[in-house]
Design a protein around this ligand. Structure first.
Ligand code: IMP
Ligand code: MG
Length: 330
């Protein structure tokens, strides 16, 4: 019996510290499950001051919790086994990791096609779009048909308390993002229902956000000129805004509150965690966009209060707003 399901989703363009939030919550659950995407994602997790990176395996494994790669995920078999090796070498119990038999497999030809045809969209070159294309064209290969994955196949049972771990973010969603500068999967929390629980079981939806906006990859909403802004450049440096998966420098802009409000409301967030507050505090500039105006604050407290007041006014489902200044805690 499933008691309840909580979901953690990204509210921006990925890289909102979902890994940190999920890792912080994980030990309270029986399962931690990824519902979409593949090794295009990159989660950085700190445990007892040690830094770990995963691309596909959910963060439950770091806390000895069953970790499921769900049916709408896409799996690169080689990089999956590399991740298993990496986790084993770091002392984690990889027998907790299971893949849905329904997940699709990324072929070498998908990666080659991604590199050849999608470079202009600034993809992560992991074969994501061609793999989902073949899935929806009903000509893909599922994990259940891959002999090497046999011992990792999930029995598709869920029970107790379930935490679903999002990948990418609201504005990279196949429907809601700046198409075609999007990823090929459902990044919104409803996508998690593919794991096989009824939507009525959803209890809380945690949204991960950041105190400034970042974009890794091409997007006309994040023009290259942003890289020339001396203040935003300092945010890149201080915030280490380089892609976990691609190593590319991310474009940074001041937080767009209007977009955050839309993402919170459509996602149905009950709780949000706004990270990287320490970056702006160190630099001493406090700005955000609201209704196309760039608003400047004297200090972080004023900026936080402004955010809290406006989100409370505009987001009726939201109960809890937390800020985080720390890579490990909230
Ligand atoms: P794809 O998912 O590799 O096809 O890339 C599509 C777009 O989504 C590109 O702009 C990527 O940079 C972006 N993207 C995909 N996954 C992530 C992620 O985990 N974090 C940030 N951006 C991502
Ligand atoms: Mg990431």
């Amino acid at each position: 019996m499933i008691e309840y399901v909580d979901i953690c989703c990204g509210l921006a363009w990925g890289d909102e510290a979902k890994g940190k939030v999920v890792s912080y919550l994980a030990s309270n659950y029986d399962f931690v499950c990824r519902w979409a995407g593949g090794n295009n994602a990159g989660h950085t997790i700190y445990i007892n001051n040690n830094k770990y990176k995963t691309h596909l395996v959910p963060a439950g494994v770091f806390h000895n919790i069953k970790s499921i790669i769900g049916p709408d995920c896409v799996v690169n078999v080689k990089s999956f086994f590399e991740e298993i090796e990496y986790l084993k070498n770091n002392g984690f119990d990889t027998s907790l990791i299971k893949i849905s038999p329904k997940a699709h497999v990324i072929e070498d030809s998908h990666i080659e096609e991604d590199i050849a045809k999608y470079a202009g969209q600034g993809t992560t070159s992991k074969g994501i779009a061609p793999c989902y294309r073949d899935k929806y064209a009903r000509m893909g290969t599922r994990a259940e048909n891959i002999y090497e994955l046999e011992e990792y196949l999930w029995d598709e049972k869920l029970y107790g308390k379930v935490l679903c771990e999002g990948a990418q973010g609201f504005w990279l969603d196949i429907n809601y993002g700046n198409y075609p500068f999007v990823t090929s999967s459902t990044t919104l929390p409803y996508g998690a229902c593919c794991l096989g629980f009824p939507p009525q079981k959803i209890r809380k939806i945690y949204g991960a956000a950041k105190i400034y906006d970042t974009r890794s990859g091409t997007d006309p909403d994040f023009p290259e000129e942003l890289l020339n802004d001396p203040f935003l450049k300092k945010v890149i440096m201080e915030g280490h805004e380089y892609g976990t998966t691609t190593g590319r420098m991310r474009k940074v802009n001041w937080l767009n509150i209007n977009k955050l409000i839309i993402a919170i409301n459509i996602s149905g967030c009950t709780d949000i965690i706004i990270s990287k507050v320490d970056v702006l505090e160190k630099l001493g500039f406090y700005k955000l966009y609201y209704n196309n105006n760039l608003i400047e604050f004297n200090n972080m407290n004023d900026m936080k209060n402004y955010i809290i007041e406006n989100l409370n006014n505009m987001c009726p489902l939201l109960d809890n707003i937390k800020f985080s200044s720390n890579v490990e805690n909230i």
